[in-house]
Design a binder for this molecule. Structure first.
Ligand code: GLU
Length: 449
């Protein structure tokens, strides 16, 4: 028996372990949710009778397929791809595709499971899903990326659609990859269905502010957490792990709102720039040249590079994990707190380990879990779907305003729910319960599905 689960929840969790052997990230994501659901079963006993938690833990459909492609040397390569269509109670399955060598079913299921609650929290009509492949984009030519995407879509196209399942980007999948995927979908089906994918380019159905949305949204959520504590971002020293899409736009908005961002990272090391991270340089290196962060220190004398360094050792007041799952441990959390950290907002999915979260919560600092704090990306994907459905295209300012309103509402919903269920200010409890209730009530209304 694992400590911390009550006697109703323990067998549910044990069943998830038994049915999904070896999928440790999925187990972690499930456990993090169900350990907060005890009070929900007390208030809504019908959910226990309806086996609502067990139903939500089982994906509606899981697709695993072969992706054969030829590299630039003419060699045949075989990858494995996944699409887990987890829950469609609130709308079509919605969630990104991740291309990374670490991808296997357990990673996609953890991401798909989190996506259900995240998408519910946005208040927009989207279900939860996720996909990806163990393909490693690092070092691949543009042609290789295109051939891989075309091969993947040659199978995936039959499973997706604007009313069925709407993929987008995640780690390793940005506008370029969405372009190759969408192009192949259009070619195979002979249909220009803009709403079948989000994260598209602006000239072919994409939304303004989608690229910025996850990072900006994380900072809007952070600002709300600070505001209710009578504080603000102005003058705060921030560190941001990662240097991809989420990190870059979290840095941009944090700076715009008065924060001082002094460090970011990639999988090889950490850059600390005492003058503050130079965003134009960072964008040039990462978005245009697709190079490693070592290029940053070659250009800037105010910056130092910590090879294989841990970003969480840099003193700061605000920590923004925007790289990947389980990148921030209990040890890191303790270091951060000792050095004066007062707030953490997760731009990545599940970046803090369960023990790390406990350290933050015991210290009473503001902690915004990913399924709330990084929901701005998928929320703006839903806004992209709205624009596609009405064949319209909104301005940047209008779209950003909608994003901000959504993030403020998510914060409020999580905060109110945390109070209602006896854990005021605990955004993990608030996000899990608010998301679960929305999906649970919808499933309940639709009968045994
Ligand atoms: N991959 C993003 C996430 O984790 C966005 C998904 C989407 O836009 O569909 O929420």
């Amino acid at each position: 028996m694992v400590a911390g689960l009550d006697e109703k929840l323990e067998p549910i969790y044990q069943d998830v372990l038994r049915r999904n052997p070896g999928e440790t990230e999925f187990h972690q994501a499930v456990r993090e949710v169900i350990e907060t659901l005890g009070p929900v079963l007390v208030k809504y006993p019908e959910f226990a009778e309806q086996k609502m938690i067990q139903r939500i833990c089982e994906p509606e459909r899981q697709i695993i397929f072969r992706v054969p492609w030829q590299d630039d040397r003419g060699q045949i390569q075989i990858n494995r791809a996944f699409r887990v269509e987890f829950n469609s109670a609130l709308g079509p399955y919605k969630g990104g595709m991740r291309f990374h060598p670490s991808v296997y079913l357990g990673i996609i299921k953890f991401l798909g499971f989190e996506q259900i609650f995240k998408n519910a929290l946005t208040g927009l009509p989207i279900g939860g899903g996720k996909g990806g492949s163990d393909f490693d984009p690092k070092g691949k030519s543009d042609c290789e990326i295109m051939r891989f995407c075309q091969s993947l879509m040659t199978e995936l196209y039959r499973h997706i659609g604007d009313h069925t399942d709407v993929p987008a980007g995640d780690i390793g999948v940005g506008e370029r990859e969405v372009g190759y995927l969408f192009g192949q979908y259009k070619r195979i089906t002979n249909r220009y269905e803009s709403g079948v994918m989000t994260g598209k380019g602006l000239s072919w159905g994409g939304s303004r502010a989608r690229r910025e949305a996850t990072g900006y949204g994380t900072i809007f959520f952070l600002e709300e957490m600070l505001r209710v504590r009578g504080n603000s971002l102005v003058g705060k020293t921030c560190i941001v792990s990662g240097s991809g899409n989420v990190a870059i736009y979290a840095i941009e908005k944090a700076k715009a709102l008065g924060g001082r961002v002094i460090a970011c990272s990639d999988s090889n090391g950490v850059v600390v720039d005492r003058d503050g991270i130079d965003l134009d340089l960072l964008k040039q290196i990462k978005e245009v040249e697709r190079r490693r962060l070592t290029a940053y220190v070659q250009e800037k004398t105010s910056a130092t590079y910590l090879e294989n360094g841990c970003i969480w050792t840099i003193p700061c007041q605000v920590a923004l994990p925007c790289a990947t799952q389980n990148e921030l441990t209990a040890k890191d959390a303790k270091t951060l707190i000792e050095q004066g950290c007062i707030a953490v907002a997760e731009g990545a999915n599940m970046p803090t380990t369960p023990e790390g979260i406990r350290v933050f919560q015991d210290a009473g600092i503001a902690f915004g879990p990913g399924k709330a704090a990084n929901a701005g990306g998928v929320a703006t994907s839903a806004l992209e779907m709205q624009q596609n459905a009405s064949r319209d295209s909104w301005t940047f300012d209008y779209t950003e305003q909608r994003l901000k309103t959504i993030m403020v509402a998510i914060h409020r919903r999580c905060h109110e729910t945390s109070e209602e269920f006896g854990a005021p200010g605990n955004y993990v409890v608030g996000a899990n319960i608010a998301g679960f209730l929305k999906v649970g009530h919808a499933m309940s209304a639709m009968g045994l599905i």
